[in-house]
Design a binder for this molecule. Structure first.
Ligand SMILES: [Zn+2]
Ligand SMILES: [Zn+2]
Length: 395
């Protein structure tokens, strides 16, 4: 089985690399992924796979078989970054590029669709192929779920387990990394407004300086994490923006801070939020100011189901070889909207190695110099195909 599958993947590789370069040259932002969706639909047509397009705006869901089954997911959106690569397939859309490798993810899922369609009589379960929009900013996964991507509203397959891969430039090509339980952080954002009393900077006794108060607050917020989570549980609270005033001689009436909170235990978010509000109130009152906090909840914690993780581990070993699966000792504090799928099905996400040993200067994700490593495509396709062949066991 493995040998035949690998042979099919190897035969497809040139075609897939051409698709990846085409997608890289035509990047599109969240919910505007029309070009990518058209390429996906064309390839599913070629593979003889039924599908529905226009799901959650630009998403595409394909399926083989009917009943309870497995889903494989790829994201399609690009980032508002001006590409600085010198490539024959450099972005044709100024200010927009595939800097997170979603061109590679889409390509690998197209590859898996071709291989699994050719083996449809040997599949142990129905398979759904989920090509989702808007991973980067808008939580397209959530909208795909609401639209019915995981149930029989779209295709006659009810998804009971789901897998996704993300390219990782830190890990060598041919390796896969993951962990059971929390693997990626929840991410919330917040705005803090400090209101004081503006006036002439020459008469500070007649103003209430919001800048001094906000500066003190930045310092005070540094201890919020240590007050909420117990070591060694990871959490981050970072102030990423500080704006106030625009003159040499005017004390402004307000200062505005922004930041992000990251955590890996679901209820830590509410605790961090409350502690941040309490700290902002206390610091503002001490300075004679008022604090207003707006908290925006983002993607939830990405938790890998232990049984689905066991499948990922076994599939990675079968597809790529024994020592190629690395168990991560701790979660990473980046976020992924794949997390939402885990609220509805047994889900496992993993990192697929992209590091080329001959390119020590290889760029990181979200860099204007990033380019998905084509050498990883066949590994990803093999792994996705193996995942579709495994059934999650309860114990
Ligand atoms: Zn990204
Ligand atoms: Zn990404």
């Amino acid at each position: 089985m493995n040998e035949l599958m690998n042979q099919r993947v190897n035969e497809l590789t040139d075609h897939l690399v051409a698709i990846r370069h085409d997608l890289h040259a035509h990047p599109q932002l969240a919910y505007k992924e029309t070009y990518v969706a058209e390429v996906v639909c064309g390839e599913l047509d070629r593979a003889g796979i039924a599908y529905q397009s226009g799901v959650a705006t630009t998403g595409v869901v394909g399926w083989i078989g009917e009943g309870e089954g497995v889903a494989l997911r790829a994201d399609m959106d690009a980032l508002p970054i001006a590409e600085q690569n010198d490539l024959p397939y450099v972005s044709q859309h100024p200010g927009c590029m595939h800097a997170c490798g979603h061109d590679g993810h889409t390509t690998m899922l197209i590859g898996a669709a071709h291989v699994l369609a050719a083996m449809r009589d040997e599949l142990p379960q129905p398979v759904k192929f989920i090509f989702q929009p808007a991973e980067e900013v808008e939580g397209g996964a959530q909208r795909m779920i609401e639209a019915g991507a995981l149930d029989e509203r779209i295709g006659p397959v009810k998804v009971t387990s789901i897998y996704g891969l993300h390219g990782a430039p830190q890990a060598p090509v041919g390796t896969v990394a993951g962990r059971a339980g929390a693997m990626m952080a929840a991410t919330d954002h917040f705005d803090i407004r400090i209101a004081g009393k503006g006036g002439h900077a020459a008469f500070p006794h007649e103003t209430i300086d919001p800048i001094a108060c906000a500066a003190q607050l930045v310092t005070d917020l540094q201890s919020v994490v240590s007050q909420v989570v117990e070591p060694p549980e990871p959490a981050v609270l970072a102030i990423t923006s500080f704006h106030a005033g625009n003159n040499y001689n005017v004390t402004p009436a307000e200062a505005a801070l922004r930041g992000t909170a990251r955590y890996v235990r679901d209820d830590a978010g509410a605790q961090l939020r409350q502690r941040l509000i309490d700290t902002a109130d206390r610091t503002a009152v001490a300075a004679g100011c008022r604090a207003e906090v707006k908290w925006h909840s983002g993607y939830p914690v990405l938790n890998n189901d232990p049984a689905a993780f066991a499948v990922m581990n076994a599939a990675a070993r079968a597809a790529l070889g024994g020592e190629k699966f690395v168990e991560m000792p701790a979660p990473v504090m980046a976020a992924e909207d794949f997390a939402y799928y885990g609220h509805h099905a047994r889900a496992c996400f993993a990192f697929l190695g992209l590091r080329d040993p001959d390119r020590p200067d290889q760029a990181d994700l979200h860099s204007p110099h990033f380019d998905f490593n084509d050498a990883a495509i066949s590994h990803g396709v093999k792994l996705l195909c193996r995942l579709a062949m495994e059934i999650v066991c309860d114990k």
